[in-house]
Write a protein that binds this ligand. Structure first.
Ligand SMILES: [Zn+2]
Length: 322
């Protein structure tokens, strides 16, 4: 009986893969939510199939709402790669209708789970310790719990280690569906891994002199990148960019800026941070831009590496100013 059940399970699985794979032969279609995940997918699918990215330039993954055309892309996708409902809550419902074989939920990959880092609110960071009073602390924690429903930081595309895990998952999914492209897929994965190694050397050289720098970032998006390359921000304006920072938190940042120890305040292309300019007035602090979504980088097999190198250059160009 057990043997029969197992055989049946295997048969259904094989049938499922067969059905999923049929569509791959007729049209392109790996769909991703944000550009950096699309960069990784494009590297693995280079020369094999096309990648469609849902979020347009300048949109934030934190407050995006799907357009009817996006829903159509998701419905027609052969493979959807996303982080999970804690980050792209707007994709949860449409993806419930897709077979799970057609999706990769990055936060659930076994190789990724061991690499997850806690959200800032769930650890005793120097930032939380320095919040001026308990009321502000509670206000921040409530916002995060309400919005993220998860104790881990979900900006997973910022980690080169996790990027390799994502690449391997896409490789394995495509290989299952298109064994005839095995050589190309293997070569693409190897190329991706090798280019990450080369990139690490470049970025380590760029960032090594910046260790110990004092700076504020706009939101809590860079933890994986910073930990990987040994940078530690003094703090951030907001954990969730949809929510304006409270008055007391802004006062705390302003005091830090007036102390003249802070070298740089980083904003982002996706937000208009009037509040950042307002509290920085009269402090002589430098301004830089960090782009967590790879704006203006075109899709190619090298785009993920270009994205991280550009980020590194953005840190350097502000923190190296006198
Ligand atoms: Zn974010």
């Amino acid at each position: 009986m057990i043997l029969w059940k197992n055989l049946r399970k295997i048969f259904m699985l094989v049938l499922g893969i067969f059905i999923v794979c049929l569509s791959f032969t007729t049209r392109a279609a790996i769909v991703t939510s944000i550009k950096p995940i699309g960069f990784i997918a494009a590297s693995i699918a280079d020369g094999i199939t096309l990648v469609k990215i849902l979020l347009p330039e300048g949109a934030s993954v934190h407050n995006y709402a799907l357009r009817p055309s996006d829903i159509k892309h998701l419905q027609e996708a052969d493979l959807v790669v996303w982080i999970g409902p804690e980050m792209e809550s707007f994709m949860k419902k449409p993806l419930e209708k897709l077979p799970t074989q057609n999706t990769i939920e990055i936060s659930q990959l076994p190789g990724v789970q061991s690499l997850l880092l806690l959200d800032q609110s769930h650890k005793e960071s120097r930032y939380i310790d320095q919040l001026p009073n308990i009321e502000n602390h509670i206000q921040f924690k409530n916002h995060e719990y309400h919005h993220y429903h998860n104790k881990y930081n979900m900006h997973l595309w910022m980690s080169p280690e996790i990027a390799i895990q994502i690449a391997m998952a896409i490789h394995s999914k495509l290989l299952g569906c298109m064994p005839e492209n095995q050589d190309q897929l293997n070569a693409n994965l190897q190329y991706f891994k090798a280019s990450i190694l080369t990139m690490n050397k470049t970025i380590n050289q760029q960032l090594a002199p910046l260790k110990g720098s004092n700076y504020f970032v706009f939101h809590d998006a860079y933890t994986y990148f910073e930990k990987y390359y040994s940078l530690v921000p003094t703090g951030y304006f907001t954990i969730n960019p949809e929510i304006q920072p409270g008055a007391q938190h802004l006062h705390y940042i302003q005091m830090q800026l007036l102390s003249k120890k802070i070298q740089c305040v980083f904003t982002e292309p996706q937000f208009q941070p009037i509040v950042v300019k307002a509290i920085s007035r009269g402090t002589n602090v430098h301004f830089g831009i960090l782009d967590p979504l790879g704006t203006e980088i075109s899709i190619s097999k090298d785009s993920y590496v270009k994205f991280l190198v550009k980020l590194s250059t953005q840190y350097r160009s502000c923190l190296q100013e006198d």
